[in-house]
Design a binder for this molecule. Sequence first.
Ligand SMILES: NC(=O)CC[C@H](N)C(=O)O
Length: 435
Amino acid sequence: MSLLAALTSNPTPVKRAASLVAGVMARSLASAIEKPPLAAHYPVTPGSLTAHLQLKSGETFTGGSFGAPVSTVGETVFTTSLVGYPESMTDPSYRGQLLVFTQPLVGNYGVPGRARDAFGLLRHFESEKIQCRGIIVGDYATKYSHWNAVESLSQWCEREGIPAITGVDTRALVHILRGQGSTLGSLNVGATKSESVEWVDPNADNLVAQASTDTVRVFNPEGDVHVALIDCGVKYNIIRSLCAQGARVSLVPWNHNIVNDLASFDGIFISNGPGSPAYCTETIEQLRQAYAVYQRPIFGICMGNQLMGLAAGINVYKLPFGNRGHNQPAVDLTTGKCVITSQNHGYALDDSSMPMGWDRFYVNANDGSNEGIRHLEKPFRSVQFHPEAKGGPLDTAHLFADFVTQVRAMKAAGVPAIADIANNESINVKQSATA
Ligand SMILES: NC(=O)CC[C@H](N)C(=O)O
């Protein structure tokens, strides 16, 4: 007997159950319709200032201000990460951006202190300061609680001059960003929205040059293998992860002439970084020359993947709204295994321009975008996601151990760092690099 027949032909108990179900459904429908819109959540605290997020595409969101009462313009991007706002906000890759959190409740565990680890790196942050230009949240938690917290998210933002807005319907906002793509936004504090915003695109600048170190810095000087880490805006956990594997790390500026002393490095690593990779022409040229002669491992993360790809001759394009979050599935094409990864990028390598000698390494299982490349003969590999996490899953943290183990093994086996001097091509490359 069908459910409909049972409901209509059977006597009372079934009919009563059916009318109960209908009643509950009607009530929940009514309460859904009566629910006030999210924007009614603001202001969060009595007396808090009004703030506006204005998109260059025309939409305006009104909310309550927290953090610094200042105004700013940036590229509006969203992350689906559930936790890790101290790490995300200090990740130099977010430089120039207004960061929207899709997780509605933000700030509830406060902000940790500035303890440092054995390598002198801040334990709980990914760089020395907040790097994004502002944050946008649905529901800022005015009360925080965590054993490690020393201040609130609002106090931290205020001290560092970063504006923030709460009470925004972030679902509606993300709908717009996914529909039309990332767009510039203006976050301004005050009762009325700004009539004349000066739309300055942060991606029109070389943000890597701003985020990179000016001088060479050595970490873990006792390490048994020497890795050059090209700093395009490195997250501290990348340095820490290499040091923890026993490597001595020389952090070098993004445009450092590594080709000049390739022989002194047992391995080369290229970090994450903000903005468009197209500005890093000097890094790309250094890598291109290194590919020709270097025989030891090279590895890149995120911006590092894009720069290694560009040096190999692969094109880069801008994704419509990027992949930012801690739950991005990536498939390792060498094993077929799917891993969950931490991501934060707006650009991607175009697989269709893969040159001879290179292949895809990982692919994104959601949108099919490139998640890494590998050289078919040389030990050169890179990934678009973040194996260092902070925050996010540690599924791919083994890539640091794999890299340093390979560096160590090749050094122990006596593989020369640069190709045989009798190789004409190598000589030419080295001469042009040192000219
Ligand atoms: N995390 C990163 O290194 C990001 C790389 C680049 N800025 C991008 O958005 O694609």
